[in-house]
Design a binder for this molecule. Structure first.
Ligand SMILES: Nc1nc2c(c(=O)[nH]1)N[C@H]1C(S)=C(S)[C@@H](COP(=O)(O)O)O[C@H]1N2
Ligand SMILES: [Mo]
Length: 255
């Protein structure tokens, strides 16, 4: 436990130093308006530094059954009250379908049995929440890459957006998240329908939740109803790519 925290903070410090030196070196370049627009602040630089240090294909650490946490706390929304969702949950998601649309060749929807028939992956990983807790769980789900291949991604698409069933907070905004296509096609990026060998519970995001194992907990969208391929994130929600990103959290929440 101590070792993994040390490794994590070491990684963060290294990234911050690298990002800072990149920023310093980029000062003159960034003076050009086009470059400033592309960089969009220090976060893109951190992301660039992260990409340099952690190859796009590197796997998040995987654990064994013996490492499974006895308690995996549900967090954020745990029982959505939104009308559509309540109706689906009451019918055990029997006629629920995942919509996939946007910049795709063939927009389509998928039932749970159809999703279960697509190429799947099982992984035991550690979930890190920004609130300061971690838990190890086992996840089984369809590889997002397989789903994307089914619908065909158009060349203009750059991001995959996950539209969730739940709205939360005083504003009642819908939860949503987004990742880029490289992250979407990563081997460990799955839409999970099972957790610890059981059908996913409502508290943990039934019927389908994202696992994007190299990033923080808030990226792991629960209650995913619709996946949309887009070219830019600015037109969605608050424009920063996710519910928590719109409230100031980083879009690339690398661990
Ligand atoms: N739709 C939706 N997804 C969500 C959240 C949420 O409130 N709504 N919370 C996020 C946060 S902050 C965390 S830590 C994880 C918690 O997942 P868990 O409930 O399986 O522990 O879900 C993430 N995905
Ligand atoms: Mo979290």
């Amino acid at each position: 436990m101590t070792a993994s925290i040390d490794r994590r903070s070491f990684g963060k410090r290294t990234l911050e130093m690298l990002a800072l030196s990149l920023l310093a070196g980029c000062d003159r370049l960034a003076a050009a308006p086009a470059v400033t627009r592309v960089l969009d602040g220090a976060e893109s630089v951190t992301r660039a530094a992260h990409t340099l240090l952690v190859p796009r294909r590197a796997l998040a650490q995987e654990f064994s059954e013996a490492d499974l946490s006895p308690i995996f706390p549900p967090n954020g929304s745990t029982d959505p009250r939104d009308g559509d969702y309540v109706r689906h949950a009451a019918r055990a998601f029997a006629d629920w379908r995942l919509e996939v649309d946007g910049l795709v060749e063939r927009a389509a929807s998928f039932s749970l049995p159809e999703l279960r028939a697509l190429p799947a992956r099982t992984q035991i990983t550690r979930h890190d929440c920004v609130e300061g807790w971690s838990a190890i769980g086992k996840w089984t789900g369809v590889r997002l890459a397989a789903l994307l291949d089914r619908v065909g991604v158009r060349p203009e698409a750059r991001y995959v957006v996950f539209h969730c069933a739940d709205s939360l907070g005083r504003t009642g905004d819908r939860y949503y998240e987004s990742i880029d296509l490289a992250e979407a096609r990563h081997e460990q990026t799955i839409l999970a329908y099972d957790m610890n060998g059981q059908t996913l519970t409502v508290a943990h995001g039934a019927p389908l939740r994202l696992r994007v194992e190299r990033q923080l907990g808030y990226k792991m969208a629960k209650y995913v109803m619709r996946i949309e391929l887009v070219g830019r994130l600015s037109a969605l929600g608050g424009g920063r790519g996710g519910y928590w990103e719109d409230r100031g959290y980083e879009w690339f929440a690398g661990i």
